[in-house]
Design a protein around this ligand. Structure first.
Ligand code: ATP
Ligand code: MG
Length: 445
């Protein structure tokens, strides 16, 4: 992609409304534009990151056995009356009336709808276990939308729903999602910790929130320090027994404020106690028959009896993750994207558009990158060099390659690694291969 043909409306000044780094940087880097409180347009650079995150989430959901479908954003009020949540949900629910005076709502979540779909089509235990997910926009009329996409009113969520014959099977489904979540966040360069959590309006008795530690996080959390060094489970057999992976990560103390026990926490050695702020990027629940019983989602068991299915639900804040990743990965100059979610892998800083040697070197680089599916953004504008470098730092692409007249004459390029700030000069083809190799090692291409 050429910057001259792209749409990257950078802001020169720090926007006054942004209280935290991710919000400020998303606005400055031309990723989003606020349309109303908590409602954003996703500009091309922001959309590219959102879609990369979405792709990783889908990939890990499917690896864990979840199957994609797509439910609508608008739901009928009657559906929510069946579960009894229509009145309970309160002001967070955006209620709409259509032209026939029918009561509708913009879905804040989909437990009711998925239960209705399940009930419509599934009759026998033989169809289980089943896990259905979608990635769809939600609306919650939050009292205080703030921090940009971190607490929006309209936001993109991945929500999965599991259906099982009994509690034991449902707990296995829960464990698959537990492991999938840790792998998902790790692939985005994040260290997420699973913490015991309140079940809130979704209900149920078993729940974990996945938390990224960050000073600007909205949640107060407590955990054992060793959890910070524990790697994600990685390549596991999702058909096998995952309980040891889960036990390893739940036997150490980790709880959100609502579930915190100071007495338990104080039993940890002092140097192992972490009390910090955190960002909730995912939340999983096991809630048994809470929806299946009132809504009549039952299956015929092997013994011929009809029983309500055991369910769980599993959310990931896809749009919140864009902000959370920036909170975890930035410096004074701008964003530092992990390779796997970066909107482009490489920025090519073309210092002399129109100079034939430079143009040829840039074209060569672009061809080498295209052949290996490396995404690049070439700054071919007539801005000054300094402004181009500042732009690359701000938008945070993992590598910046500079092509200038001096290097082009001798076939050299300069490569800058955004994260370490390390710079080196290399012959053009070697440099391109170096970047291709590094991106491939990072699992980005
Ligand atoms: P919170 O406590 O932050 O309000 P929640 O418990 O209401 O979250 P869930 O219903 O579990 O959230 O939703 C699943 C995920 O969706 C959350 O873990 C979070 O990452 C994301 N999410 C929830 N509310 C918002 C919001 N207003 N803006 C952006 N993402 C959100
Ligand atoms: Mg909430």
């Amino acid at each position: 992609m050429k910057l001259s043909q792209y749409f990257l409306p950078l802001l020169k000044e720090d926007p006054k409304e942004a209280q935290i780094a991710s919000h400020r940087l998303m606005l400055r880097a031309g990723m989003i534009r606020q349309e109303s409180a908590g409602i954003y347009s996703w500009l091309p650079l922001g959309l590219a990151v959102l879609q990369n995150i979405e792709r990783i989430v889908r990939d890990e959901q499917e690896r864990a056995g979840a199957v994609a479908l797509l439910m609508p954003t608008i739901q009928s009020a009657d559906l929510w009356r069946e579960s009894g949540r229509y009145d309970d949900y309160g002001k967070e629910m955006l209620r709409i009336t259509d032209r026939h005076e029918r009561e509708m709502l913009f879905g804040p979540t989909n437990e009711e709808m998925i239960t209705a779909i399940f009930k419509n089509f599934v009759r026998s235990y033989k169809a289980l276990p089943l896990n259905l997910y979608h990635i769809q926009w939600k609306f919650r009329d939050e009292v205080r939308p703030r921090f940009g996409v971190m607490r929006g009113r309209e936001f993109l969520m991945k929500d999965a729903y599991s259906f099982d014959v009994d509690e034991a099977a449902a707990r296995r489904a829960y464990q698959r999602m537990f492991v999938a979540y840790l792998n998902t966040f790790a692939r985005m360069g994040l260290k997420a910790i699973a913490m015991q959590a309140d079940t809130g309006p979704i209900g149920g008795d078993l729940s974990h929130e996945f938390i990224i530690l960050a000073e600007t996080g909205e949640s107060q959390v407590y955990c054992h320090r060793d959890l910070l060094d524990m790697p994600a489970p990685g390549d596991v057999d999702f058909h096998g027994d995952l309980s040891t992976h889960v036990q390893e990560r739940t036997s150490l103390y980790a709880a959100t404020e609502e579930k915190h026990s100071e007495a338990e926490f104080l039993k940890l050695p002092e140097d192992k106690r972490i009390s910090a702020r955190g960002i909730e990027v995912g939340h999983i629940f096991y809630f048994g028959e809470k929806y299946s019983a009132p809504m009549g989602a039952s299956v015929t068991m092997a013994d011929g009896q009809l029983r309500p299915v055991h369910m769980g639900s599993y959310g990931i804040g896809v749009s919140r993750l864009v902000g959370a990743i920036i909170e975890a990965c930035h410096d004074d100059a701008g964003i530092i994207w992990p390779e796997t979610v970066a909107p482009f892998h490489v920025g090519i800083v073309h210092l002399r558009p129109g100079d034939s040697a430079c143009d040829a070197a840039v074209a060569k680089l672009e061809a080498l990158f295209t052949a290996r599916r490396v995404k690049y953004l070439t700054d071919d504008t007539d801005e000054r060099g300094g402004a181009k470098f500042a732009c690359m730092d701000l938008i945070g692409l993992p590598y910046a390659v500079t092509v200038g007249p001096k290097g082009a004459a001798s076939g050299m390029i300069e490569i800058k690694h955004r994260k370490t700030g390390e710079k080196k000069e290399m012959p053009l083809v070697d440099g391109a291969n170096f970047i291709i190799h590094a991106l491939s090692e990072a699992g980005a291409i």
